[in-house]
Design a protein around this ligand. Structure first.
Ligand code: FEO
Length: 616
């Protein structure tokens, strides 16, 4: 019996699930199965996007016929020739000899390599950005080489704003009745399998994935239909932001993944002790026994965590077999941009550590700790200091900010203003216009409060000239700063007063929204125009509640948070030369030299008071 699902009014999922597959691609375990997605568009022309694996061909063929409702099949778009998506093409053609096959020259080449049927008479070749009109819908073809094979192509339906993304944005796991990612608890139940799918299937090709993400950022995408896993119709940033991290080999979480290979438990013992010492320092840890956990799961974890520790016994004068396979696998998957530590063991000639270092040392941006822990058979008490040293060296990358309560310590009964920085404040350029005067300042409190009508709140210091302009005009723009923003933009808008300077001096083009207020398009990722409906006097600040009149995105760059600004953008304060004493402004880094700082001191750069200074 057929089993199809409606995607939109004229798009139907005609794929199928396989829960009996032991190993995907003959390598990757899929304990929760896998879906093979195919989609049928029933426009004036009918268009099928890819087919499925031979394991589910019977259900698929029935699904297509039911979804066609007796119509002929005009086009088959072949985006990827890997047989889990192309195996049923020959049978489909026997059933629908009228089909035109829409594909790239590279796809054609691969189809001819895999199959023997007359394709030349029914080919419709397309190139980058070629389009195909099917009635109401316009399809645009986008080449995506190496995501996952060199022939891969994606298709953008500019009418429905749907990206048919081939393997990209897919995941392991059968669809258990749901089709859309928002029908399940994706973060909890499927993100790990999405990361495992990404890291193992396309992890090697981060540059190519970045290139496709760049192309996609120019499109207005409201839905993503991948060849495996769920369809994304809301909160697309949840999956796109992960792809941005993974493709740049940036860790998702700060913490330590420890993978060990241990024959008699002694190397395991060292790994466990290291994990305990790291946890004592408040550092997150995960541990894998590489002889037990499939390599694909450990590769996936390596893409997630910032620090990696490999502990291996020596075997046949080399790395223990399962660890050697893992290290080679990680290298093959292009792991990079990680801090690594190595523990080796061996009863007469430990060599595994040096060999692991040799392989990983060839990977890009892998920083291997000098600290060496080399065990002869079993860890002895005298060597606990080596483990502690390694934990300390790793811990140096996880500095606890001053005043942080460590595990088991009593928490202070005070209000530490630094705790507020834990909230995920963004940083924004707030702009306003009064008559012919344009002005702007930096704020860190913008929050959406309602959807219908869409309202936001902004908190603005009364000392800012922009505050007075908004109080008078009731209009403003918020330009959301991205992580790419340089310190100079914060200096330009944050450390001067608009009363005596032109914040837009040097800007070539006066970009304005419909409300006439200027906005900043460089180093920002989105703009929101607000019209004030209410204001609340909060003492030093006014809280404006505003209705959103206009809002648009400018880029997919991540929004900067206050924490990111402090960690990565604000220059680190330099101590005064010659052992002089002083105080540094935590906001802008200005250094005031001297033994004391008057209570009424005001930073000459950013105008913050003495409370925002700390002793050097
Ligand atoms: Fe699902 Fe690259 O094939």
């Amino acid at each position: 019996m057929y089993c199809i699902k409606k995607v939109t009014d004229d798009l139907v999922w005609v794929g199928s699930n396989d829960r009996r597959l032991a190993l995907f691609e003959g390598v990757y375990s899929v304990p929760t199965g896998v879906s093979y997605n195919s989609y049928l568009l029933t426009d004036e022309k009918t268009v099928l996007f890819d087919t499925v694996d031979k394991a589910v061909r019977q259900r698929f063929m029935e699904n297509v016929e039911v979804a066609l409702k007796g119509r002929k099949l005009d086009y088959l778009v072949v985006q990827h020739v890997e047989p889990d998506h192309s195996a049923v093409i020959p049978e489909l053609i026997r059933q629908h000899p009228e089909i035109k096959i829409v594909c790239s020259a590279r796809v054609l080449e691969f189809i001819k390599q895999f199959y023997d049927f007359d394709i030349d008479s029914r080919i419709h070749l397309v190139e980058e950005n070629d389009t195909l009109n099917t009635g109401k819908h316009n399809l645009q073809f986008i080449m995506a080489p190496m995501v996952h094979w060199p022939e891969v192509m994606m298709t953008y339906d500019s009418t429905a704003k749907i990206l048919f993304s081939a393997d990209a944005f897919g995941c392991f796991g059968a669809l258990n009745g749901a089709l859309f990612a928002d029908e399940v608890d994706f973060a909890k139940d499927y993100m790990d399998e999405t990361r495992r799918y990404y890291s193992n299937i396309v992890g090697k090709y981060g540059t190519q994935v970045e290139s496709v993400l760049d192309k996609a950022s120019a499109l207005n995408i409201e839905m993503i239909c991948p060849l495996h896993g769920f369809v994304w119709r809301s909160n697309l940033s949840e999956i796109i932001s992960k792809y941005m991290l993974w493709s740049r080999y940036e860790p998702e979480e700060r913490g330590v993944m420890i993978a060990y290979a241990s024959v008699y438990g002694n190397t395991e013992n060292a790994a466990e002790i290291l994990a305990c010492r790291l946890r004592d320092k408040g550092i997150k840890t995960v541990i894998f026994d590489v002889s037990v956990t499939p390599a694909s799961e450990i590769v996936s974890a390596a893409f997630k965590w910032s620090h990696l520790v490999f502990a291996s016994t020596t075997y046949n004068a080399g790395i223990f077999v399962t660890m050697e396979a893992l290290i080679n696998d990680l290298s093959a998957h292009n792991i990079q941009n990680r801090r690594v530590a190595v523990i080796e063991n061996g009863s007469w000639a430990p060599t595994s550590g040096g060999l692991i270092r040799e392989i990983l040392g060839k990977c890009e941006k892998i920083n291997i700790l000098e600290n060496n822990v080399s065990i002869l058979s079993g860890l002895k008490k005298a060597q606990l200091s080596d483990i502690e040293s390694m934990a300390q060296a790793i811990g140096a990358d996880f500095p606890a900010p001053a005043g942080v309560a460590q595990n088991n310590q009593a928490v202070p009964n005070t209000v530490d203003p630094n705790t507020m920085f834990k909230l995920s404040y963004g940083l924004f350029i707030l702009t306003a216009r009064d008559g012919n005067k344009d002005n702007g300042c930096i704020i860190n409190t913008v929050m959406q409060v309602t959807v219908t009508p869409m309202k936001i709140t902004i908190g603005v210091n009364k000392a800012n000239y922009t505050h007075d302009m908004i109080l008078k005009t009731g209009k403003f723009n918020v330009s959301v700063l991205s992580e790419k923003a340089p310190f100079s933009i914060f200096q330009q808008f944050g450390f001067k007063s608009g009363k005596d300077t032109d914040k837009f001096a040097g800007s070539e083009e006066a970009l304005r929204t419909e409300n006439g207020v200027r906005y900043v398009s460089e180093w920002t990722n989105g703009v929101i125009s607000g019209e004030v409906k209410e204001s609340i006097d909060c003492g030093t600040h006014t809280l404006f509640i505003a209705e959103v009149n206009q809002a648009f995105s400018l880029s997919r760059d991540a929004s900067v948070t206050y924490q990111y600004y402090f960690d990565n953008i604000k220059p680190k304060p330099q101590p005064p030369k010659g052992n002089k004493k002083g105080f540094v402004c935590k906001i802008c880094g200005y250094v005031h030299e001297g033994d004391t700082l008057p209570d009424d001191f005001v930073c000459p750069l950013c105008k913050h008071g003495a409370a925002d200074f700390e002793r050097i």
